[in-house]
Design a protein around this ligand. Structure first.
Ligand code: NDP
Length: 425
């Protein structure tokens, strides 16, 4: 049985830990290490209260205080606990420090979000892909972005490519949260990371910019991976979609990290877009917060002290981990592909619907943390069972999707297929 070290003790880490405890035959020992030890202890207590386990087997859970920005402290904790894999479910700011610690201590790595420098609202894979050779040479595996999106959306893409298409021409990723937490404004995962993501410019990827007819003003075009990023103002492209079990929602085009790796890894791909649903109240609040400067990430002087407005805003907003009991409704996240097989056109939509209240009843969390924490656990399980062990640094579409897809169905995130979906114009 394996030993896992989990870094972070927020909403997503809490779900990943609970799901590991539901699979004690794989996850024999779990160390939860995070900046605030009390939050690690609370996750451990929650697992014990719910009596997770299988038959008489239980995962042995321990906790520790750790600042993961301190590489030598992380190395010391790894060396003392001797895990088979380190799961980084802290924040994207810690990715590189934890990867450095894993290399030094000789252990494999998994995370759920790609690296983002704290002083620049910008995320991309290049920083972590620069570690490919180091992980390969050390004989270690790094699995990047193993949540739902990124994560399952790439597993869906690999599955579509493997089973239904010779070439995929277009991919639309649709992320719908039909849940309501009753607050006028709150974010479903870490507020700082969430607001930085949605306040960024929108972008989509195309292989041939000459064939693209942009519907809004293009602010920038950048060459990338045999194609181009087309960049627009934030939230400039809007669509309405009727989601299964949720209903009609407005959704907006965002830049998203999996577009970057899928642009490199999907055969014949011509266009990839990512849409996320937002309600009008969320957008109005966000615009107002932006207009008054509360989403700024640069430090300002306040009464002789330096404060970063977005960090201050985070302190005011509800903790995403506390939304569980209040959130009602469902999420629906999936991918719509168009391409061809054997010379015939194929349309394929694969998606998961997840119920906030059912997640809360099972693990004490809302569905956003659940849909991220479950795939993170499955990714670690794939590694520990020898199914996803390719050496180097890889995103989820680079592994065999079949065992992961099978696990989604038994670990709480069953998926549905539709071969005649309504397409996004
Ligand atoms: P939270 O803010 O709830 O939790 C983050 C945790 O990381 C906290 O426990 C925090 O500690 C801990 N932490 C922060 N800095 C450090 C540090 N230096 N050393 C050790 N621990 C630290 O975030 P979420 O649980 O909502 O999100 C976790 C991750 O999942 C994020 O990277 C997020 O971007 C990603 N995510 C990915 C999704 C996907 O689909 N791929 C979807 C949603 C989220 P403390 O308790 O002291 O604050």
């Amino acid at each position: 049985m394996a030993r896992v070290m989990l870094i972070g003790a927020g909403g997503v880490a809490g779900v990943a830990a609970a799901k590991m405890a539901q699979n004690p035959d794989v996850f024999g020992e779990l160390l939860i290490a995070s900046r605030t030890k009390a939050r690690c202890d609370a996750i451990k207590a929650g697992i014990e209260k719910r009596g997770f386990g299988k038959g008489g087997a239980r995962t042995a859970v321990s906790t520790a205080q750790l600042d993961a920005m301190d590489v030598s402290a992380t190395v010391a904790t790894i060396k003392s606990f001797r895990p088979d894999i380190v799961m980084n479910i802290a924040l994207p700011y810690q990715d590189l420090a934890i990867m450095d610690a894993c290399l030094e201590a000789g252990v494999s790595y998994l995370d759920t979000a790609n690296y983002e420098p704290p002083d620049e609202a910008h995320f991309e894979y290049s920083w972590q892909w620069a570690y490919r050779e180091k992980f390969e040479k050390a004989g270690l595996t790094a699995i990047l972005g193993c949540g739902f999106d990124p994560g399952v959306t790439q597993v869906f893409s690999a599955y579509a490519q493997k089973h239904y298409f010779d070439t995929i021409e277009t991919l639309d990723i649709l992320d719908c949260n039909g849940g309501d937490h009753g607050y006028p404004f709150a974010t479903n995962f870490n507020p700082e990371i969430n607001i930085r993501e949605v306040a960024a410019k929108g972008s989509y990827w195309v292989s041939d910019p000459a064939a693209d007819k942009p519907e809004v003003a293009v602010e920038n075009r950048k060459a990338y991976a045999n194609g181009w990023w087309v960049e627009t103002a934030p939230m400039a492209i809007k669509r309405e979609y009727d989601f299964d079990q949720v209903g009609r929602k407005d959704m907006y085009l965002l830049h998203h990290e999996e577009l970057e790796s899928l642009g490199c890894n999907l055969k014949g791909i011509k266009r990839i877009r990512f849409f996320m649903t937002f309600g009008q109240s969320y957008l109005t609040h966000l615009k107002c917060l932006e207009n008054v400067g509360l989403t700024r990430i640069d430090p300002i002087d306040f009464k002789g002290q330096k404060i970063v407005p977005i960090e201050f805003l985070k302190a005011l907003l509800p903790d995403p981990a506390s939304l569980g009991p209040r959130t009602k409704g469902k999420t629906n996240i999936g991918c719509i592909f168009h391409g061809e097989k054997g010379g015939k056109p194929v349309d394929y939509y694969v998606y998961n619907v997840c119920d906030h209240q059912e997640c809360y009843a099972e693990v004490g969390s809302q569905a956003i943390s659940y849909t991220t924490g479950v795939p993170a656990m499955i990714g670690a399980k794939m590694f520990l069972e020898g199914k996803w062990t390719r050496k180097g640094v890889h995103t989820c579409e680079e592994f065999d999707p079949d065992p992961f897809m099978a696990e989604l169905n038994v670990q709480g995130l069953p998926w549905k297929e539709d071969f005649d979906p309504v397409k996004v114009p």
